[in-house]
Design a protein around this ligand. Structure first.
Ligand SMILES: [Zn+2]
Length: 240
């Protein structure tokens, strides 16, 4: 019999289940994405209190039964991230961040850097609503692609290796492409290119922002990369 599992986790989703229970999707540093049931969590006097709402960073003890679904036996709050619940923009950004993690990292493979990145993003959104800008959301997704091992190639043409005249982006090719290899690519402005390079080089707190046209190109580059190389459709971030 496996013993109890002690782990940190971030609540990605919290789903009502049965009369009084909740099913949780959690992202953990060493066990990837896990699902667990919190029995009686919706009762007024539940010992879990409100600690099992989305975006909470928690420390958990889980009981591993015979099914895939673990059972929560105790929960402590590590970070409530309460500030992000005060604004629609930060709530929305936090929901999209958790959704992107859930879609790109849906297995039990350990990615402690993804856990740290998500914890950092939620803390930033909670600390200051100004952090809920489009550049931050796109930089977060780019860093997820990096963690997933599918970050777009930016230094040279992804098809022929040419280092100059990089004018397009191709999700299928896996990065920027030169003028001679543009078939199937879309045009990438200089500003969008600078954003991709800058966002990968900067911390999340220093994520660049940019004009609408450039950011839409960046989003398209990220979405096509996720679709081609991880077979994942990310929820749209920017209005078309
Ligand atoms: Zn080329």
């Amino acid at each position: 019999m496996p013993g109890p599992l002690r782990t940190d986790g971030i609540v990605l989703r919290s789903i009502r289940y049965g009369e009084a229970d909740r099913i949780l999707h959690l992202y953990t540093p060493d066990h990837g994405r896990i699902s667990a049931i919190a029995k009686g969590a919706r009762r007024a006097r539940s010992r879990f209190g409100a600690r099992l709402e989305p975006f909470f960073g928690v420390s958990l003890v889980l009981h591993q039964g015979r099914s895939d679904l673990m059972t929560v036996t105790s929960v402590d709050t590590v970070s409530a991230n309460g500030g992000l619940r005060e604004h629609a923009a930060t709530l929305d950004a936090a929901a999209r961040a958790c959704d992107a993690v859930a879609r790109l990292f849906e297995t039990a493979d350990p990615h402690p850097e993804v856990f740290a990145l998500l914890a950092n993003e939620l803390a930033l959104l909670s600390a200051d609503p100004a952090n809920a800008h489009a550049g931050n959301g796109l930089a977060f997704r780019l860093k997820l692609l990096l963690a997933a091992g599918i970050v777009p190639q930016l230094a040279a043409c992804a098809v022929c290796g040419e280092g100059q005249h990089l004018s397009g982006f191709s999700g299928a090719a896996g990065g920027v492409v030169c003028g001679s290899c543009e078939a199937g690519a879309f045009m990438l402005d200089e500003e969008a290119y600078r954003f991709l390079v800058g966002a990968l080089g900067a911390s999340l707190a220093q994520a660049p922002d940019g004009g609408g046209r450039a950011l839409r190109q960046v989003e398209r580059a990220i979405s096509e990369t996720a679709e081609h190389h991880a077979h994942v459709r990310l929820r749209p971030l920017l209005a078309a």
